[in-house]
Design a protein around this ligand. Sequence first.
Ligand SMILES: [Ca+2]
Length: 258
Amino acid sequence: MQPQPPPQRRVARTVAVLTATALGTVGLLTAVLANAGAAHAAGVPALSPLAVPGRGATVPFIEQEAEYAATNGTVIGPDRLYGHLPSEASGRQAVTLSAVGQFVEFTLSAPANAVDFRYSLPDTADGRGRDASIDLLANGSKLKSVGLTSKYGWYYGGYPFNNNPGDTNPHHFYDEARTMFGSTLPAGTKIRLQVASTAQSPTFTIDLADFENVAPPTAKPAEALDVILPRKEGRTTAQPRRRSGGAAGMTDLAVRQR
Ligand SMILES: [Ca+2]
């Protein structure tokens, strides 16, 4: 069996974690394998339904799985057991970084100025969660630290779920962080997520990263009126004001010319 390259698109992520059994017919399986290429890192080669022509949506970003990127961390999975961290990762695999200097490094396959990556931090014992940060480097130079949090990633108990670790059945696990590079980096650039400190979080698990060349903001239409502008950029400011005669606590915006 030829190993499979990482999925290049986030098209129908739920589909990306289907098992070979769920793929159905032998004919379809053969079609997927025929489109398979070579994996280049530690992840276990996995079938990618994205290789099926016509499946999924067209999206503006290119997705790379962490388990197929360069890393000195630990690949986890494949694992499909409920409550296990890799079981909810794309491809049922991810990479856990647990020491300063450990990293996952992606190679841009197209120019990009932004990244959105999927990650998980461990919860705290009381369920309140933790904040941490991870370094973002381009070709070995640090671009910035990216803030992460576990506060929205952990659910417990049975439906409708709660935030009490004592109710066991942890799941969900993952969140996403996005940032821009500050410039458009060419294909071939090495984009690295690297642990700078384990003081705030003992581990950082990276599932995947989406790279995109984001278009600049759309210019405002002719004769558009800015409701809020910093003072140094214009003379129009907005301030909240009590609405006379309205319900208590209601406000509206009063646009004042200075
Ligand atoms: Ca993954």
